[in-house]
Design a protein around this ligand. Structure first.
Ligand SMILES: Nc1nc2c(c(=O)[nH]1)N[C@H]1C(S)=C(S)[C@@H](COP(=O)(O)OP(=O)(O)OC[C@H]3O[C@@H](n4cnc5c(N)ncnc54)[C@H](O)[C@@H]3O)O[C@H]1N2
Ligand code: MOO
Ligand SMILES: [Mg+2]
Length: 406
């Protein structure tokens, strides 16, 4: 007697094949002009040059006295103070021979001056100043163009915008710049057992958590997350919610309803479209995966498995690289570091495992005690995923492993 053939017998796809398929499908989002204040965390979509040199004019690096270095070579010397130059002073100053001008940090260097004596090296006089020591030519002078020359590229297209990048954009006079927008990601949770956190649990229910994890992960990956709430285990209801959400989505993520059960609304609704593939990927956790496009605009959709650890690991391996590509960032497999395991590791044959672990800080990594794909509290203890290759089932303590820091 033999058992009926099941889809389980179908060969599994590798993690790498699945990711390649995803990255082959998603495209960088069209650039958008944004006010500077809204660009933190986005990627620049234009090359930015400076219209002026920076600094735009020779100026003082210190509060002190503008002089000709050759005239203070014999210090101590006393010179008449003929004027005061403050930062922002737009007058054209010229320093005559044998004279000094009081000057402040950031103020334009008067023509004829070639050095600044810091006030600390003088008696601080306002009519005459006694200079206690000589200064070399160029002392405390910031030359025009020594940071940036006019026409220099200050940021290339593709640069991620952090605080310093925002600063230089303002520093070259920009108010608005062209960036890749943050991908708008809608998360739909499916499952008749799911209750909103903050509401009482009925028998058989659990509190919905995946959308909170996924939206937080979306934000960390540079996207904007929208929680579409919970839909039950009914395919028509799911389709209705999906249609309603598509208008505001660059990407849709669903959780749950993709495995082998009798009530798998996501698979049931999307598989017949023919544009979303459901497969088993040779990984643990996260084996059942759906990916494809939906709607007129061919919006990418990730149908992630419902187990909380599985949906999070799937996000890190597949959705995060896709969101990076959409933002014009280099996209590929999750970056790893090497570490030495402080305990033996076990992994199922033929699947790449992503065990939850904690990096010790001394190059070690310790697997957390509970490794079930439903054990969300154990995931919350971890700060890394330990990668065990498909062809390895056991590793001894002390083995070197690849680790994805979280
Ligand atoms: N006969 C088989 N059963 C299962 C297989 C299989 O190959 N054959 N695969 C298992 C694996 S592996 C996974 S992973 C899960 C995937 O299940 P689904 O994607 O269909 O998800 P559900 O059945 O809806 O839920 C699974 C599990 O996760 C909990 N869940 C779901 N959504 C949420 C949420 N938003 N917040 C918190 N918890 C959630 C749900 O209550 C279930 O316990 O299938 C296995 N079964
Ligand atoms: O492969 Mo499922 O993703 O355990 O847990
Ligand atoms: Mg299921």
């Amino acid at each position: 007697m033999s058992l009926p053939t099941s889809p389980q017998a179908a060969p599994m796809r590798s993690v790498d094949e699945h990711l390649a398929d995803i990255l082959g499908t998603v495209r960088a989002l069209a650039p958008l002009e944004l006010e500077l204040e809204r660009t933190l965390g986005t990627t620049l979509a234009e090359e930015v040059t400076s219209p002026v040199p920076l600094p735009p004019f020779d100026n003082s690096a210190m509060d002190g006295y503008a002089v000709r270095a050759a005239e203070v070579e014999t210090a101590p010397v006393t010179l008449p103070v003929v004027d005061d130059v403050a930062a922002g002073d737009g007058r054209l100053h010229a320093l005559g021979p044998g004279m000094a001008m009081r000057i402040m940090t950031g103020a334009p260097l008067p023509a004829g001056a070639d050095a600044v004596v810091p006030v600390e090296w003088t008696d601080g006089g306002t009519a005459r100043v006694a200079i206690g020591r000589p200064v070399p030519k160029g002392n405390a002078v910031r030359l025009a163009g020594e940071d940036v020359r006019a026409g220099d590229v200050v940021l290339p297209a593709g640069a991620p915008i952090g605080p310093a990048q925002l600063g230089i954009l303002a520093g070259v006079g920009r108010r608005r710049v062209l960036v890749r927008p943050r991908p708008r990601v809608v998360v739909i949770s499916t499952g008749a057992e799911l209750a909103e956190p903050g509401t009482p649990l009925a028998p058989g229910q659990i509190w919905e958590s995946n959308s909170y994890t996924l939206i937080a992960a979306v934000r960390q990956a540079g996207g904007e997350g929208y929680r579409a709430g919970i839909v039950g285990d009914d395919a028509a209801g799911f389709m209705e919610q999906l249609d309603a959400q598509l208008v505001r989505a660059d990407v849709v993520i669903t959780s749950g309803g993709v495995s082998m059960g009798a009530y798998e609304p996501v698979k049931e609704a999307l598989a017949p479209l023919g544009t979303v593939r459901f497969e088993k990927v040779a990984m643990q956790p996260g084996m059942p995966q759906g990916f494809g496009v939906v709607g007129e605009d061919q919006v990418p959709i990730f149908a992630l498995p419902g187990n909380p650890v599985s949906s999070f690991v799937s996000f890190m391996l597949f959705v995060r690289p896709a969101l990076r590509k959409m933002q014009g960032l280099p996209a590929g497999p999750a970056p790893t570091v090497t570490a030495v395991t402080t305990a033996p590791l076990r992994s199922p044959a033929g699947k790449r495992s992503y065990l939850r672990g904690t990096l010790t800080g001394q190059g070690g990594v310790t697997p957390v005690r509970r490794q079930g794909s439903h054990q969300l509290a154990a995931l919350a203890e971890a700060n890394a995923l330990i990668v065990v290759p498909e062809d390895v089932t056991e590793l001894p303590e002390g083995a070197t492993v690849e680790v994805i820091p979280l």
